[in-house]
Ligand binder design. Structure first.
Ligand code: ADP
Ligand code: ZN
Ligand code: ZN
Length: 734
């Protein structure tokens, strides 16, 4: 028999292999096989059995081993991954293999393995360790954070040695046990005890939204546009309840920084069913266990980020996407899929509904509402009695700034702290200062590998390129003129934190950014401090923007509301307004009314006005009109052909050549335009020179045909060995 196999290679094709008769009986699509490939052996997925090959059977190589008795990737997910590979022009073998957990990609068996875990003993919690026992303290923290047990892998991952673990074991501070990963089966949960807590009584808007969502059966797409704090989550919870009562599973996708323990806790608190979070902190083994539990329906609620769209579901009932506008749903490298768009495709295949939620829906989704493809419900009031925050534009013209803060703002901060509430200061730049400048000659410290400045960090002191991760010590003298007068220029979160702690020596300042939360558990500690409710100032980046519920925050200050107003990216306004409203949404979520101060040099900017006086919907309507007039997405479709090379000019020349081939081609479909090639917005990055060609199609079909033609040209182009190229369909960043 000849079978067709998908292999993890960059080649855009499938491969034929011969299968010995002794193995042919148990083979089916979705099984894994081990095959020879060049000089190597690879694990691949069977896509089709008993096929005709265009090659002589005698010339085909033979399958070495069949790894599974039944499909590991079911037909439904196989269909989804293949559809995505086709739509995004990504090699099919890679796409299919990426739909599997990494242990399965490596050939591990697709079943639960009992593993030995370690957990704290009753005396562990009362331990007082010596101040210098840092590694013991790390193990202690780890054990106390994970009462359900930790694996040896995770202990190792935290940098804790087995000697430390042995010491703990010998003192009786830790014990091992055998973990049986399979929880009780879904059928064990009786319909009557699904709920752990009673649902809330919905307000009128919520009740209407839920009713409108539940009315149609089968596949339909519902957009829930609800201002921050309007109780979207309660609508999700009650929609989920209907699914669980019908014995079905629910898949919930959230943005990368939205998957917090608090989010997961809300679902666990409501339902008495196994809830699994699929997050980056899982070990490979835990990830496989979660995948298996989703596949056999013993887990009923699955919450994850982008890649969770490929979670197998035995009894799918509903897919929810929270913060559907969030850019993290689109993968930005490799397999550049949009989990939002795949959710719609998957739901259609499965004939189940999708619920998209956001306070600031993407213009694509609002356009789909206009076209009648999505149904819309709106929640315009905050739930539970909280009021919408008041907005103020603070004119920065003529004001002096210290660490990014004007004097009138400083005064407002003091007033809120005196009233006993909390203040959130938002600045989307981590580090101490965005650059280091020579006061004598004006030279700025730049990254040698990127067209970018090095960010100055103070704790610990170093220069850091946020684009390629290069780190260097802080120079003592200017490289241009030798002067020693080097000064920080501008403010990042560290500097603002510094300044605020000088101004408010008695108030706790909590900085929340990628640096301050890098250590495991650090974020939890910060959240715990905030939720204790004492007056404090939170200084943070967009990590603070999403999903958090801070009942004590009454003032939100946005230090630089202008950053996205004049961006070259046509989505700049959309992104800025979404970010502003998300951050603003942290203010006044409980009894105390909230206030939002936006520092701006452009207090008369029409977008800022539309946004704060009329709301997101008015802004979005205006913006959609502009897009329609300019023929930009969502009124047309974009794809970017990106290329990068080690020498300046190569990538651009490669793309120019392809453009000419396209122009000369007789097979070229009509209705497409291109512009470029242009250098990428940051031409040099991590030592590579980048360029891009933008392709625009009025119709999807024409764009797809053009890209198909382009792919053929790319794969045959003689210059392809010295550039790396990729196709990005529906790109989010220019
Ligand atoms: P969103 O997700 O829209 O930002 P949340 O779901 O977090 O809003 O709800 C904001 C607050 O309102 C939460 O504290 C929630 O418990 C409360 N809430 C939601 N719905 C109701 C309701 N029907 N009655 C009372 N309080 C509610
Ligand atoms: Zn100088
Ligand atoms: Zn760099």
């Amino acid at each position: 028999m000849i079978i067709q196999v998908a292999l993890p290679t960059p080649l855009h094709r499938l491969f034929d292999y011969r299968l010995a008769d002794s193995l042919a009986a148990k083979i089916q699509p979705g099984c894994r096989v081990r095959v020879p490939f060049g000089k190597r052996q690879l694990i691949g997925l069977v896509v089709a059995c008993d096929v005709e090959s265009e090659f002589e059977p005698a010339r085909l190589k033979q399958v070495l081993e069949v790894l599974d008795h039944s499909a590991v990737l079911d037909a439904e997910l196989m269909q989804l991954a293949r559809w995505a590979a086709h739509y995004y022009f990504y090699p099919e073998g890679e796409a299919l293999m990426q739909a599997l957990p990494s242990l399965l990609r490596k050939g591990e068996p697709a079943h639960f393995v009992h593993e030995t875990l370690w957990r704290a003993t009753p005396i562990t919690g009362t331990l007082k360790l010596a101040a210098n026992a840092a590694r013991q303290q790390a193990l202690l923290d780890l054990l106390l954070r994970n009462p359900e047990g930790v694996s040896r892998d995770l202990i190792k991952l935290e940098g804790i040695s087995s000697a430390t673990l042995r010491t703990f074991a010998s003192k009786g501070w830790v014990e091992s046990f055998t973990h049986h990963p399979r929880p009780r089966h879904a059928d064990d949960v009786q319909a009557g005890d699904l709920l752990r807590e009673a649902p809330m009584t919905l307000n009128t808007e919520q009740a209407l939204a839920l009713q409108q969502f539940l009315a149609p059966s089968g596949f339909h797409i519902h957009l829930l546009e609800g201002v921050t704090g309007s109780g979207k989550t309660e609508v999700y919870l009650q929609a989920i309840q209907h699914c669980l009562e019908a014995g079905q599973q629910v898949l919930i996708l959230v943005p990368e920084i939205g998957l917090t323990p608090q989010t997961v806790a809300r679902f666990k608190a409501r339902f008495n069913v196994p809830v699994l979070a699929l997050h980056s902190g899982l070990s490979d083994r835990q990830r496989l266990d979660a995948w298996l539990q989703a596949r056999d329906a013993s887990a009923r609620i699955l919450i994850g980020t982008r890649s969770a769209i490929f979670t197998p579901l035995a009894r799918p009932g509903l897919i929810i996407l929270d913060e559907e506008h969030d850019a993290s749903f689109k993968q930005q490298d490799g397999f550049r899929y949009s989990a939002r768009d795949l959710a719609l495709v998957r739901a259609r295949n499965l004939q189940i509904p999708v619920l998209l939620g956001s306070a600031t829906p993407s213009l694509e989704s609002l356009h789909n509402v206009e076209l009648g493809r999505f149904q819309l419900s709106r929640l315009q009031q905050r739930a539970g009695g909280a009021e919408a925050p008041r907005f103020h534009l603070l004119d920065l013209r003529g004001q002096s700034l210290r660490a990014g803060i004007s004097d009138p703002l400083l005064k407002r901060i003091a007033e809120h702290l005196e009233a006993g509430t909390q203040v959130l200061v938002f600045l989307n730049r981590r580090g101490f200062a965005p650059s280091l400048i020579c006061h004598q000659c004006g030279a700025v410290s730049e990254c040698t590998r990127c067209d970018a400045r090095m960010t100055l960090h103070r704790s610990p002191p170093h220069l850091h390129c946020h684009h390629c991760d290069r780190q260097t010590p802080i120079p003592r003298t200017c490289q241009q003129c030798g002067s020693e007068d080097l000064r920080p220029n501008g403010a990042g979160t560290e500097r603002t934190e510094d300044f605020l702690s000088q101004q408010f020596p008695k108030t706790e300042i909590l900085r929340i950014d990628r640096d301050s939360t890098a250590r495991k558990g650090a974020m939890d500690k910060l959240m715990h401090r905030i939720h204790q409710g004492a007056p404090c100032i939170l200084v943070g980046t967009q990590m603070l923007a999403k999903g958090h519920h801070f009942p004590k925050v009454t003032l939100v200050a946005i230090l630089d509301a202008d950053s996205g107003l004049f961006s070259a990216d046509f989505r700049g306004m959309e992104k800025t307004s979404q970010l502003i409203l998300q951050v603003a949404g942290r203010a006044g979520r409980a009894q105390d009314p909230g206030e939002v101060v936006l520092q701006t040099h452009h207090p008369d900017h029409p977008m800022l006005h539309a946004l704060i006086h009329q709301g997101y919907n008015a802004f979005a309507r205006d913006e959609l009109k502009l897009r329609a007039a300019a023929g930009l997405p969502p009124y047309s479709h974009h794809a970017l052909l990106r290329a990068e090379a080690s020498q300046s000019g190569w990538a651009e020349a490669f793309l120019r050549d392809l453009r000419h081939s396209l122009e000369d081609s007789l097979q070229r479909p009509s209705g497409c335009h291109w512009s470029g090639p242009f250098p990428a917005p940051m031409e040099k990055r991590a030592g590579l020179y980048r360029a891009q060609l933008l392709i625009q199609g009025q119709e999807r079909r024409a764009l797809h045909q053009l890209l198909t033609l382009l792919l053929q040209m790319l794969e045959q182009h003689p210059g392809r060995s010295r550039v790396r190229w990729s196709i990005d369909v529906d790109p989010l960043d220019a």
